[in-house]
Design a protein around this ligand. Structure first.
Ligand code: SF4
Length: 124
């Protein structure tokens, strides 16, 4: 089997071609200008991951929603479950960038962190 993709590991965006056997035990990557491209392409075929950005509910803050992101890439198949969990989370202000709003999602080691500061309403 064959799949074409664009490497997103750096701004050059090399066009990669990945050829792989049905059992995924034989994967060949071409078109990459560096080793990162091969790592990216193999991961896309074997276990695709993405960094997830979202917002969570914020109480007593100057905003009603807090922007958050995962601190590393999460397996694509778990993203819908993570978003469902983030939909239920409520965080209280004040919050600083990097504060954790969710730790070790489903034992993956992936945390969800705030991406901006948000003071409490009483700070205004
Ligand atoms: S293969 Fe290397 S040079 Fe090309 S886009 Fe990926 S990281 Fe950048």
């Amino acid at each position: 089997m064959k799949r074409n993709m664009t490497c997103i590991a750096c701004p050059l965006g090399c066009s990669l071609t990945v050829e792989y056997s049905e059992g995924l035990d034989d994967v060949t990557v071409t078109g990459n200008r560096c080793a990162k491209g091969e790592v990216y392409a193999r991961e896309e075929i074997l276990a695709p991951k993405r960094t997830v950005t979202a917002t969570v509910s914020l109480t007593a803050g100057e905003l009603s929603r807090l922007p958050v992101r995962t601190d590393r890439a999460l397996e694509k198949e778990l993203i819908a479950d993570l978003l469902t969990e983030l939909y239920r989370i409520e965080v209280s202000a004040p919050v600083a960038p990097g504060d954790r709003v969710l730790t070790d999602f489903r034992g993956t080691g992936v945390n969800v962190i705030a991406t901006r500061r948000c003071g409490s309403r009483s700070d205004e």
